[in-house]
Ligand binder design. Sequence first.
Ligand code: 2NL
Length: 357
Amino acid sequence: MDDLKAKYLGQIAEAADEAAIEAIRLAAVGKKGEVALKMRELGKMTPEERQTAGPALNALKDEINSALAAKKAALADAALDERLRSEWLDVTLPARNRRQGTLHPISQAREELTAIFAEMGFSVAEGPRIDTDWYNFDALNIPGHHPARAEMDTFYMHRAEGDNRPPHVLRTHTSPVQIRSMEKMGAPLRVICPGGVYRADYDQTHTPMFHQVEGLALDRDISMANLKWTLEEFVKAFFEVDDVELRFRASHFPFTEPSAEVDIRCSWEGGQLKIGEGDDWLEILGSGMVHPKVIAAGGIDPDVYQGFAFGIGIDRLAMLKYGIPDLRAFFDSDLRWLRHYGFTALDMPNLHGGLSR
Ligand code: 2NL
């Protein structure tokens, strides 16, 4: 038994790798190993012999097993030491550039303008892009014969043969969301509704899907003065200028009375747009006092409540703010233009240097 011990402890000491350790383990203490064979001989012994041989064999087995484990750990330590010696890391190497994603300029503009109106106490509502023509047109005092309802501007959803319900449409503005907000929340109410809208129009200045934010403020004594102040605050915050002059031009929308288009003072010197100074005017939105019929359509009493509403194109706001000249860039699958206009999440163009046309 001492021979066995000397033999295996010697082999373990000499073992060079894990495979050698495993081979020794199988030969010595495996199921068919030498120690197992010896254990099998216990049956042929006298009880007295067995009394000493049994515990001795068990002790031998334990001793070999712990020698194996110790050698295995020593080999692993040595391997790690060797890696630590031979492998190294140059921590002074500059980091590899990571591909940096970015918000789409339209999303960026929407988030900025949403934050500005939220600060002024407007809540934000969203709604379905497919809606009934009641929400999209009738509720907004746009009668059946109105040109905005003509087939050429509106995408109508197909109905099955024999289904004579009025068609659903792709919303042509986010006003239906304002109507739903009136129904849901009642008055007084301050809400903005940003989102995608659809019109069958496609040329250099129109895309069939674009983005709009509409705003609505209803209370007992809301006036156009409140509208003007709200829009001034918005324009100053959005374009990051200290002062701005707004010009209201009389206009017409079926859903507001009176209605006004709003221009902001600007200059285009050297192809650079500057907001708030100069002799040019830039049209940025439509607005007005909500038509009593529209207030009633939202389930609110127009004899008690009145208010203003406005609609702004987000795509155009984004173009103006970030200096993007061509609307089609927004919907082009080649996104190199984004980087060209300085659009990375961490590096925004500096507005105060002026915007390029
Ligand atoms: C434009 C014109 C406008 C509205 C949108 C509105 C919504 C309700 C009631 C009354 Cl629920 N008005 N929205 C009002 C005036 C103008 O958009 O040219 N936008 C670019």
